[in-house]
Design a binder for this molecule. Structure first.
Ligand code: ADP
Length: 316
């Protein structure tokens, strides 16, 4: 079983400690926290003991070290994370509004995160990987997009599998080229992990049942729909369906829940667990992560998730 590989943006996140409207006034901030949706996903894979490797770039600075040290501790192979001597590690500043929505200030396009490419080491890794995970957000980073295009073809040709988290808001208009790549990627997915309205966005059709049917027609093999505090649902090609209620937790920071859920679900499936079991671990990983400040600070090991599952109520 070759490693699970994730390609994409690696960032630090700095979080406002107060709830309000934007960043116009000076306020206490906390961080840096290791972040970037692809990095959160692969961190959760590593923590659960799955073979995992990350492709991306950081700057030659402390923010980069925050990420590589963290992923190394989680058991992720970081040898294909390049260190850019000229550009800083990408960053995101986040502040929560009273209604729960978030304001972001990103520095990705002019950071190391947008400046990596194919290399001998990346080629060697992709040529022995068993699974590739792609986040839709990485498609808007041209460097990541080029690596992903090549990696998808190689992994699929070798009989490996692909999972895709659309990670794209419904309102977001993609240019024609990105839209085409996105549809191709969705159709090639063995496992699709949309959250909320991304399901309809990925299918290009309204209505949950219609979207599920369309996605299976497109070639998707397995779909897990994430519904935040309302839980998650597995859909199989045989029209089977499993609803997984969410665990009851006190939400402190919702960022990263879907990435932890996805990393845990995928790793459990690759380790041979049933969809039902994988849903339990995915739900636990997502729920545990929202109880801690920072996008991947609550990602759990197998032991931590087992303890969490044994001690936490699930919604009726
Ligand atoms: P995304 O971050 O991709 O939008 P979700 O917010 O749907 O994903 O979270 C993924 C999963 O994590 C959910 O399906 C659920 O199992 C779990 N989860 C997320 N938020 C909560 C919460 N507040 N309480 C309990 N479980 C949660």
């Amino acid at each position: 079983l070759g490693p699970t590989v994730c390609v994409g943006e690696i960032l630090v996140e700095i979080v406002a400690t107060t709830v309000g409207d934007g960043f116009l006034k000076a306020q206490p901030l906390v961080g840096p926290f290791a972040s970037g949706a692809p990095a959160i996903f692969i961190s959760q894979c590593g923590r659960l003991g799955g073979k995992a490797a990350m492709v991306g770039a950081v700057g030659d600075d402390d923010f980069g070290r925050v990420n590589t040290d963290r992923l190394k501790r989680d058991g992720v192979d970081v040898s294909t994370i390049s260190i850019d001597p000229d550009y800083p590690t990408g960053s995101a500043f986040v502040r929560y509004r009273k209604d729960g929505s978030r304001d972001f200030v990103y520095n990705i396009a002019t950071s190391a995160a947008a400046r990596f490419g194919w290399s001998q080491a990346v080629g060697d890794l992709i040529n022995r990987s068993g699974h590739l995970h792609v986040m839709g957000s990485a498609l808007s980073v041209p460097s990541a997009r080029a690596v992903i295009d090549k990696a998808v073809d190689i992994v699929k040709a070798r009989g490996g599998t692909l999972s895709v988290d659309p990670n794209i808001r419904k309102e977001l208009k993609l240019d024609e080229d990105t839209e085409r790549r996105f549809s191709k990627l969705v159709a090639a997915a063995d496992l699709l992990l949309p959250s909320g309205e991304e399901l309809e966005r990925a299918a290009g059709i309204e209505g949950e049942a219609e979207a599920i049917r369309r996605l299976f027609e497109m070639g998707v093999k397995e779909i897990v729909l994430k519904r935040g505090a309302d839980g998650a649902t597995y859909f199989g090609r045989q029209r089977d369906r499993i609803d997984a209620p969410a665990f009851v937790v006190q939400e402190v920071d919702p960022t990263g829940a879907g990435d932890c859920f996805g990393g845990a679900y995928l790793t459990c499936r690759r380790l041979g667990m049933s969809p039902q079991q994988a849903l339990t671990y995915g739900s636990a990983a997502g729920a545990r992560n929202v109880t801690v400040l920072g996008p991947m600070e609550g990602a759990g090991t197998r032991q931590e998730l087992d303890a969490f599952i044994a001690s936490t109520e699930r919604r009726p």
